[in-house]
Design a protein around this ligand. Structure first.
Ligand code: KIV
Length: 278
């Protein structure tokens, strides 16, 4: 990270691209101001993923995300961070129809949030959109392999790279995203050695999720990583904390103290005499 007069400068997409083959790039999703504040010192990149639709808004799939939703969460994450490179996901329906639609949506995201880059799902079939956004001077992160926005048309969350035909398609996708000018590529839910082969094959960094430790970086959904996810936790997640347990224990203690009138205690109430701050 560069610094001028004590002010940290955000990690840019060029610095992320330059990490190809170097120290692994640490990425997490973030959707809110407090999480961005807590994570900013520890990560290289924060992704405002369209997983926000499931994680915070309770939708069944990421198809519940809208451009307005992504922009609102993008603004919160930008307010809460000063160091990490911030990438905002383009939601389903905001880019697939045409290059013009993709550029207009990407311009809106960057203008309203101030983020460094956008991410979109798709390989060969989205290369035109990626090239057009990059030509409009907006950096793009690609996303291939398991693509959650296609989960309905795909018939569920299916791991990629298990047939020769699919491996060939993944290699074509990775090449197309690189050629279109993306600065990095998320590989999700893909057989380990295929993700490692793609990482060796292309010159931009790969960011793995359910992929391979040989990727140039890793990303997890923050709520999965800290043990906050209340529904199914995918196999590729490692829970580094148990915030579900911490929150339900705190709620149980609070409920008991409200019911037996031990909360609020004398230290939590105001007397008529002293001038106190709330
Ligand atoms: O939306 C998201 O959280 C993502 C990551 C899983 C890469 O796209």
């Amino acid at each position: 990270m560069a610094e001028t007069s004590g002010q940290p400068i955000r990690i840019g997409v060029d610095a992320i691209r330059d990490r190809k083959g170097g120290t692994p790039i640490v990425c997490l999703t973030a959707y809110t101001y407090p999480f961005a504040r807590l994570l900013d010192d520890h990560v290289d990149l924060l992704l405002v993923g369209d997983s926000v639709a499931m994680v915070l808004h309770g939708h069944a799939t990421t198809l519940g995300a809208s451009l307005d939703m992504m922009i609102a969460h993008g603004k919160a994450v930008m307010r809460g961070s000063s160091r990490a490179c911030v990438v905002v996901d383009m939601p389903a329906g905001s880019y697939e129809d045409s290059a013009a639609q993709a550029v207009a949506s990407a311009r809106r995201i960057v203008a309203e949030t101030g983020c460094q880059a956008v991410k979109l799902e798709g390989g060969v079939e989205m290369a035109g959109q990626i090239a057009a956004i990059v030509a409009a001077d907006i950096p793009v992160m690609g996303h291939i392999g398991l693509q959650p926005q296609s989960v309905e048309s795909d018939g569920g969350y299916r791991i990629k790279g298990r047939t020769e035909e699919n491996v060939a398609a993944l290699l074509r996708d990775a090449d197309a995203v690189e050629r279109a000018g993306a600065f990095s590529l998320v590989i999700e839910g893909t057989v380990e050695n295929v993700a490692a082969d793609i990482t060796r094959r292309i010159s931009i960094p790969t960011i793995g999720i359910g992929a391979s430790r040989d990727c140039d970086g890793q990303i997890l959904v923050i709520d999965d990583m800290v043990g906050l996810t209340v529904d199914r936790v995918p196999k590729f997640v490692k829970e580094y904390a148990d915030l579900r347990g911490v929150i339900s224990h705190a709620a149980a203690r609070y409920a008991a103290e409200v019911r037996d009138r031990t909360f609020p205690g004398p230290e939590h109430v105001f007397s008529a005499k002293k001038k106190e701050q709330p």
